[in-house]
Ligand binder design. Structure first.
Ligand code: SF4
Ligand code: SF4
Length: 248
């Protein structure tokens, strides 16, 4: 599972990519503000994790005035999503199929274009887009760290709206600036993910062995060690789902 320029560790969401999904970028666009987008997303257990005004280098149509990134709204995301039909039909990739359906519907309701981080090639630069929001940064170990989700940040999709929405100012500094001890630097029990590098094979080998049970059942120990992730903790079943996805 990897995808962007930076090493991508095992975790909740496949590394940032996406391909065009629903294309409901209506000629009329939308006059809804970011608060309206957030409220509609919240009704689907999704949170607005950042937004920005795309430019020529962002890989989006010129008609997109604002790109809004959506991810799990915690707590409660897993209980909500696993009660949806996609998790009851025994077909593969229920989370991605749910994301397509729900975010696609949000897009059409807002006259927007939906894009997703799990379809491709071509893959969309969700990692770079997250950095563009000013609400996520490159952590000491290379993973994205988000202002409220910490190292647990993940994206289910994004909405490209025609309107150039007013956006709140981003935080002045990443959480890492005030993080005592920066535990992510040494939290990987396999030594697979460090500030120097991400050894994917070492990680996978550790997970497949008996010592990997903790990461497999509770999620990546390094991600869990991040204090900025505390408000975005995932239930064990959610972490286990993503770890199985990573190892398959
Ligand atoms: S553990 Fe601290 S330094 Fe590492 S990503 Fe989290 S906030 Fe930043
Ligand atoms: S071995 Fe565990 S803690 Fe280390 S990167 Fe892999 S999942 Fe994360």
């Amino acid at each position: 599972m990897a995808a962007m320029a930076a090493p991508v560790p095992p975790g909740p969401v496949p590394p940032g990519h996406a391909a065009p999904g629903h294309a409901c970028l209506a000629a009329a666009g939308t006059a809804d503000g970011l608060g309206t987008v957030a409220a509609r997303a919240a009704a689907e257990a999704l949170a607005v994790l950042g937004a920005f005004h795309p430019g020529p280098g962002d890989g989006l149509p010129a008609a997109v005035g604002t790109l809004v990134l959506l991810g799990p709204r915690e707590p409660g995301f897993w209980a909500h999503v696993t009660a949806q039909p996609e998790f009851a039909d025994s077909r593969p990739d229920p989370l991605d199929r749910w994301s397509r359906r729900v975010i696609g519907r949000l897009a059409c309701g807002l006259g927007a274009k939906a894009v997703f981080p799990f379809t491709g090639p071509p893959f969309r630069p969700f990692h770079a887009w997250a950095l563009r929001t000013g609400r996520a940064w490159r952590s000491p170990v290379g993973l994205l760290v988000h202002e409220t989700a910490g190292l647990m940040v993940s994206f289910r999709g994004a909405l490209g709206l025609r309107a150039r929405l007013a956006l709140p100012p981003p935080p002045a500094a990443p959480p890492c600036a005030a993080c005592a001890g920066q535990p992510c630097r040494t939290a990987c029990p396999a030594g697979a993910l460090t500030p120097a590098a991400y050894d994917v094979q070492a990680c996978r080998g550790f997970l497949a062995g008996p010592d990997g049970a903790g990461c497999m059942t509770a999620g990546c120990a390094l991600r869990r060690a991040c204090p900025a992730s505390a408000g975005h903790a995932r239930v064990p079943a959610q972490s286990a789902f993503h770890m199985r996805q990573f190892l398959r």
